[in-house]
Design a protein around this ligand. Structure first.
Ligand SMILES: *Cc1c(COP(=O)(O)O)cnc(C)c1O
Length: 394
């Protein structure tokens, strides 16, 4: 298993690869988080918001028609698509916003690619009366008009970034620059289990509610543990959230599904574990997609939420330890799975968890009698335009 050599280290991965100017900020954050997680009042407030505003617990849905279609005995869907704003991201956004408020920070900066994390952050800030600034590449602003408008409706300021490739990676750089400049008043709200310590641990803590609920709900529904738990992996927050409740259950196989894009061999993908190498990205030592010179490679995925050239350090360590098996599914396989779940169960998934659904036939070939728990991380409304253009429904 994984040895935590130092706080914030997962085997050889993780750490804090940051400029000196940010070291006090991450130290302050770590201290505040350790205090908050031990504080019953903070936990009670978080639980109240998760129940009354996010809509937790999310249901566990038995999916017999999907199970038959993929050749499995039983498939259970953990319904993060039914959480407020349509995905699991809200769990961490509202948790971190509560933490920021407790730290006395009245201003939040966040970055967003497709806009999902920006919308979740803007909603959490509106709830708690915090100022919210979201950095977004100008290319993404043009591609994601509806989410830009949602963020503005929710009271956030959206700042267009015109540097570099004008997408997520450049928005991250601008958000970090803002944080360095305004660190006394400002909290940097990260959207996945990535970045320097303590972010991967904080985000995992707030997403672990998925696994705690799913474990209990599965025990009640099938009178036992699942044989396999499957989740899609972008930065890795929904996956670590559901896996965390099963890591110590040796009988439970864990499978993480990355974005295979047009296939690993094509080079056009976002599978940082399956197709990456060890490097440093956004303050953390982890598996990244880079060229021979260590330059971060352009990534591709039909699903914006998986289109990131790195992965959280805990996943890199879980892969190395062999506790979780990581695989990749292509755009085409995800689009087919999107159609399959829509038609078999009346649930339109986001394209990200459609990658997890796409892995089910392969799991069935290893044992048709298995019960498989899938993290359905979000709903597909945001993806309709892409599916209309690319999908099997044309
Ligand atoms: C952002 C997103 C993901 C990918 O992020 P993780 O941190 O890997 O969970 C997955 N599913 C949905 C619906 C998303 O919006």
């Amino acid at each position: 298993m994984i040895t935590k050599t130092r706080p914030g280290r997962y085997g050889e991965f993780g750490g804090q690869y940051l400029p000196e100017t940010l070291m006090p900020a991450v130290a302050e954050l770590e201290a505040a988080w350790l205090e908050a997680r031990a504080d019953a009042e903070f936990q009670a407030e978080l639980a109240r918001v998760l129940r009354d505003w996010v809509g937790r617990p999310t249901p566990l849905t038995d999916a017999p028609r999907l199970a038959t279609a993929v050749g499995l005995a039983r498939v259970l869907l953990k319904r993060e698509d039914l959480a407020h704003t349509g995905a699991h991201k809200i769990n961490s956004a509202v948790g971190q916003a509560l933490l920021a408020k407790r730290m006395g920070k009245r201003r939040i900066v966040a970055e967003t690619g497709a806009g999902q994390h920006g919308v979740a952050s803007a909603a959490a800030c509106a709830l708690l009366g915090l100022e919210c600034v979201v950095y977004m590449g100008s290319v993404d602003v043009r591609r994601q008009q509806a989410n830009v408008f949602r963020m503005k409706l929710l009271g956030a300021e959206v700042r267009e970034v015109d540097a570099g490739s004008r997408t997520l990676k450049d928005a991250v750089n601008e958000a970090i620059r803002d944080w360095v400049t305004n660190v006394r008043t400002t909290y940097y709200l990260l959207g996945s289990a990535i970045g320097p310590h303590p972010y991967p641990a904080i985000v995992r803590d707030f997403q672990a509610v998925i696994g705690r609920e799913a474990r209990e709900q599965t025990l009640a529904m099938v009178d036992g543990l699942p044989d396999v738990v499957v989740a899609c992996v972008g930065g890795g927050s929904n996956a670590i959230g559901i896996f965390s409740a099963f890591l110590d259950d040796e009988s439970v196989k864990l499978v993480g599904v990355e974005a295979g894009g047009e296939g690993i061999a094509s080079g056009k993908h976002a599978a940082s574990i399956v197709g990456g190498t060890v490097g440093i990205l956004h303050g953390s030592r982890t598996l990244v997609l880079q060229d021979d010179q260590g330059q971060i490679r352009e990534t591709h995925s039909v699903s914006a939420g998986l289109d990131y050239p790195g992965v959280g350090p805990e996943h890199a360590a879980l892969a190395q330890a062999g506790r979780v098996r990581y695989v990749a599914r292509t755009d085409r396989e995800a689009l087919d799975a999107f159609a399959l779940l829509s038609r078999s169960e009346g649930i339109i998934p986001a394209l990200e968890p459609a990658h997890a659904i796409a892995e089910l036939p392969a799991i069935a070939r290893e044992g048709a009698e298995q019960t498989v728990l899938v993290c359905l991380s979000g709903r597909g409304d945001k993806d309709l335009e892409i599916v209309m253009r690319e999908g099997p429904f044309r």
